[in-house]
Design a protein around this ligand. Structure first.
Ligand code: ZN
Ligand code: ZN
Length: 210
């Protein structure tokens, strides 16, 4: 059975927050809750949210974490290099947004990642890959042929590298090693904008044509 994936576009910079449900057991995970979202909370009715997967700790990917933890007690996954960022408005960049967003403090993650973990979630195998470049502790979550790529790569674009801890060469290496190594038909679900595939980006992404 295919994963049941719904997208909620949340917050001031239109972040894709994904709800992934195993329809058989009604277990669910949320990827990058970038803001509170009434529609998402409605969609959680009747399912058990067990885990919140954070690709990286910029405020636009975590500002909705506290509310979901309060509602469900779900575990929060993030890379250990950004463990402190979730509760630090300067590092998660919410402080820099001025009037556009309140300071974001969402505690520390409960599952600290290194990258390279393989586990089972929603009765499927899940692999975590460390993909620095946009931020030092950015990770992607690989469920076989569906990958949540955060702000690593977008349809026809790549993540910004001008924030603290960003590095463009490292970003392109992460994309080459962890994304372009996957089969062409693999679906990529990014943190902003439409979904794409590995093959589409291999052929069309202007940042990868070199
Ligand atoms: Zn970001
Ligand atoms: Zn983002």
């Amino acid at each position: 059975m295919a994963l049941n994936i719904r997208t909620f576009v949340v917050g001031p910079i239109e972040t894709n927050c994904y709800l992934v449900v195993d329809d058989k057991n009604k277990n669910a995970v949320v990827v990058d809750p970038g803001d509170t979202c009434a529609e998402l909370e409605e969609a959680l009715d009747g399912v058990t949210l067990t885990d919140i997967l954070v690709t990286h700790a910029h405020f636009d990917h975590i500002a909705g974490v506290s509310r979901l933890v309060e509602l469900t007690g779900a575990r929060v996954w993030a890379h250990h290099l950004e463990a402190d960022w979730l509760d630090d408005p300067a590092r998660n960049l919410s402080a820099a947004m001025g009037e556009y967003t309140p300071a974001v403090r969402v505690g520390r993650p409960s599952v600290l990642l290194q990258g390279g973990e393989t586990t089972t979630l929603l009765e499927r195998s899940l692999r975590v890959a460390h993909t620095p470049g946009h931020t030092p502790g950015h990770v992607i979550y690989i469920f076989d042929d569906v990958v949540f790529v955060g702000d690593l790569i977008f349809c026809a674009s790549v993540g910004r590298t001008d924030f603290p801890g960003g590095d463009s060469r490292t970003l392109l290496e992460s994309i080459r090693d962890q994304v372009l190594s996957l089969p062409d038909e693999t679906r990529l679900l990014p943190g902003h904008g439409p979904w794409t595939t590995v093959g589409h980006e291999r052929q069309n992404n202007p940042f990868l044509l070199y």
